[in-house]
Design a binder for this molecule. Structure first.
Ligand SMILES: [Zn+2]
Length: 332
C-alpha cells in the first residue's frame, strides 16, 4: 500500500512538473526588444536612484545587448547573482553576491510589478509589459534571473482558440557575416534599384560568359564570373519573393545554425525616409488542434502563400501565417 501511495505521489509529482513546463511559454524576442527599447529610454529620463533599480536597468541593458548581438536565443537571457555582482561592483565573490542580491531583490521586483511606472508606460504604448523571472537554484545550478515579456492576454476561450495559432519569434538574425548587410537592410527605393541593377548585370554577364560572348582572358576568371552570377541569381530570387510577399525563406547557407522556420520578413520602420526594413527571424508555433510544431512553408494549394502546417498532420491542420500580427487562423 505504501509503495502504491509513493508511486502515485511520484506520478502526481511528474504530472505537476510537466504542467509547470507548459506554463512557461516562449516569449516573442521581437516584442521583448521593443519593450526593452522603451525601458532604456525610461531609464535615461528616470535615473535609477536605488540599488534595486540599478540592477533592473543593468538587466534591461544586458538583455538588450544580447538580442542586438544575435548571440543567443531567449533561453540564454539569464543572469546569476555572481554575474550581476561582478559586472556592477567588479568583485568576484559568489557568497557576497548572493547576500547582496537577496537584500535588493524586493526593490528590483517592485520595478517590474504589474503596476510599476515602467510597466504603466509600456502598457500606455501598447507594448508587452516586462517582468522579472526568477529560476531557483537546483542541482548545483545557482539561482538566476531574467527580464522577459509578460504573459500574453488570451483573446477568447474554448472553441475559438482551437482555430487560432500564435507565432512567436524566438530568435532575431543569426546571419553569416557576409549576409549581414542583407538581413537588416533599410530598404530605400534607391538602394533597391541599385541592388537590382547590380544583380541583373552580374546575371547577364554570367549568361554571356557561358555562351562565349564575353571572354575574360583566363578560365579562372570565367569560373569566378559564373559562380558570382549564380549567387547573384539566388539573391535576386530571394529579394524578388521578399518584395512580392513580404516574406521568404531564409537561405540555409546564410545562417550559422540550421533550424526550421527561418524567414526573412519585411517590416515597417515607422520612418518616412526609409519606410521598410528587412529582418531575419526564427519563428515557432504550436498547432492548436494537436499541439505539435508548425512548419511554415509555401503552399501551392494556397496560391504559393506561406502557411503554417502541422508536423504530424500537414494536410489537415493548416493555418494562415501573418508575420505582422503574428497570428494565424485555421484554413482547413
Ligand atoms: Zn496538428
Amino acid at each position: 500500500m505504501v509503495l502504491i501511495g509513493l508511486l502515485k505521489q511520484g506520478a502526481y509529482g511528474l504530472h505537476t512538473g510537466s504542467e509547470n513546463m507548459e506554463v512557461v511559454e516562449k516569449q516573442d524576442v521581437e516584442d521583448l526588444e521593443k519593450s526593452l527599447d522603451v525601458a532604456l529610454q525610461f531609464f535615461s529620463v528616470h535615473l535609477p536612484n536605488i540599488v534595486g533599480e540599478e540592477i533592473g536597468a543593468f538587466l534591461i541593458e544586458q538583455t538588450h545587448r544580447l538580442i542586438r548581438q544575435n548571440a543567443a536565443d531567449e533561453s540564454h537571457f539569464y543572469f546569476t547573482a555572481a554575474e550581476i555582482y561582478k559586472y556592477m561592483n567588479g568583485q568576484d565573490d559568489s557568497e557576497k553576491a548572493r547576500r547582496w542580491m537577496k537584500g535588493h531583490e524586493e526593490k528590483l521586483s517592485k520595478l517590474f510589478a504589474q503596476t510599476s511606472s515602467l510597466n504603466a508606460l509600456l502598457t500606455e504604448k501598447n507594448l508587452s509589459p516586462l517582468r522579472l523571472e526568477r529560476v531557483n537554484s537546483k542541482g548545483g545550478i545557482p539561482t538566476k534571473w531574467r527580464i522577459r515579456t509578460g504573459s500574453v492576454k488570451s483573446t477568447g476561450t474554448g472553441n475559438s482558440n482551437a482555430l487560432k495559432v500564435r507565432y512567436v519569434v524566438t530568435h532575431i538574425d543569426d546571419a553569416l557575416p557576409w549576409a549581414k548587410p542583407f538581413s537588416n537592410l533599410i530598404l530605400t527605393p534607391r538602394k533597391l534599384i541599385l541592388v537590382a541593377i547590380g544583380l541583373l548585370t552580374s546575371i547577364v554577364l554570367t549568361l554571356y560568359t557561358l555562351i562565349g560572348l564575353v571572354e575574360w582572358g583566363s578560365k579562372t576568371t570565367n569560373t569566378c564570373v559564373v559562380i558570382f552570377g549564380i549567387v547573384a541569381g539566388i539573391i535576386f530570387k530571394t529579394l524578388h519573393e521578399l518584395l512580392n510577399k513580404g516574406i521568404t525563406t531564409y537561405p540555409a547557407f546564410w545562417s550559422k545554425k540550421l533550424a526550421k522556420n527561418k524567414l526573412l520578413t519585411i517590416n515597417a520602420t515607422g520612418q518616412t525616409n526609409a519606410p521598410i526594413c528587412m529582418k531575419a527571424v526564427t519563428i515557432e508555433a504550436k498547432c492548436s488542434v494537436c499541439g505539435e510544431d508548425l512548419l511554415i512553408e509555401k503552399s501551392r494549394e494556397f496560391h504559393n502563400r506561406f502557411v503554417g502546417k502541422c508536423r504530424v498532420a500537414p494536410s489537415e491542420h493548416v493555418f494562415s501565417f501573418d508575420h505582422i500580427t503574428k497570428e494565424g487562423t485555421f484554413l482547413r
